[in-house]
Design a protein around this ligand. Structure first.
Ligand SMILES: Nc1ncnc2c1ncn2[C@@H]1O[C@H](COP(=O)(O)OP(=O)(O)OP(=O)(O)O)[C@@H](O)[C@H]1O
Ligand SMILES: O=C(O)c1ccc[n+]([C@@H]2O[C@H](COP(=O)([O-])O)[C@@H](O)[C@H]2O)c1
Length: 188
């Protein structure tokens, strides 16, 4: 069985926080690969998100040639709000030889009780929680905790800094910074 970690997200834009947790969880849990899985529309965010084509392009730029990372676009095929429960059911059908680990930050751990069909989902996939500044990993759900250095970066912080013309030089990979500049994302 191939051991696969899934990092689902909006990635608007992807940043070093995402890459750091992906890298550490992979080595800590001895996973074969991490699949970065962008959503078409996040289940719980009301704000408008950047077009998925840009977000996928930024993910490819962020991953570069790291051999253990790939982009999984299954949630973009549905062109609607995706719930993780539906996605995991589909992924397990499509990849019967994989065992999936779903990686979430502390903000999502706190939100778990409100996830769609969470009691069934928790039977289907092993959740892995990583700490995030401002959030605990306290939960009654059986998650595996992986100790990753806390990094207070978020996509919203990056969007805000770009809008205010502040530097984001050390928050996300150079290739993603270039893509954002070339496509004039987040400027207004
Ligand atoms: N700095 C971080 N430390 C730990 N986990 C993180 C960090 N940034 C993102 N994550 C986790 O990665 C997953 C995808 O996050 P997402 O793409 O929504 O980025 P975000 O930075 O949380 O975005 P936004 O600021 O727009 O809410 C979520 O499970 C989130 O908790
Ligand atoms: O299925 C749900 O009810 C659900 C609720 C909140 C978040 N999620 C998933 O958790 C991942 C991180 O979410 P986000 O909003 O931080 O990008 C992403 O893959 C979402 O689809 C899923």
């Amino acid at each position: 069985m191939k051991r696969v970690g899934i990092l689902g997200g909006t990635f608007d834009p992807p940043h070093y926080g995402h890459l750091l947790i992906a890298d550490d969880v992979r080595t800590e849990l001895k996973l074969d690969e991490i699949w970065f899985m962008p959503n078409y529309m996040p289940p719980h965010k009301e704000n408008k998100v950047t077009d998925h084509t840009h977000r996928v392009n930024m993910l490819y730029a962020a991953i570069g040639d790291e051999p253990h990372f790939r982009v999984e676009t299954i949630e973009l095929e549905r062109k609607e709000r995706s719930y993780t429960y539906d996605t995991i059911v589909l992924l397990k059908e499509r990849y019967p030889n994989a065992t999936f680990y779903f990686i979430i930050g502390g903000d999502m751990v706190e939100y778990l009780p409100r996830w769609y069909r969470i009691d069934e989902l928790i039977q289907l996939v092993q959740f892995v929680g990583v700490k995030r500044p401002g959030y605990s990993l306290r939960t009654t759900y059986p998650i595996i905790e992986v100790d990753v250095p806390m990094f207070a970066v978020s996509s919203s912080l990056i969007r805000e800094r770009i809008q205010r013309r502040k530097s984001v030089a050390y928050l996300l990979p150079k290739a993603v910074q270039l893509y954002i500049k070339e496509n004039r994302l987040y400027e207004t």
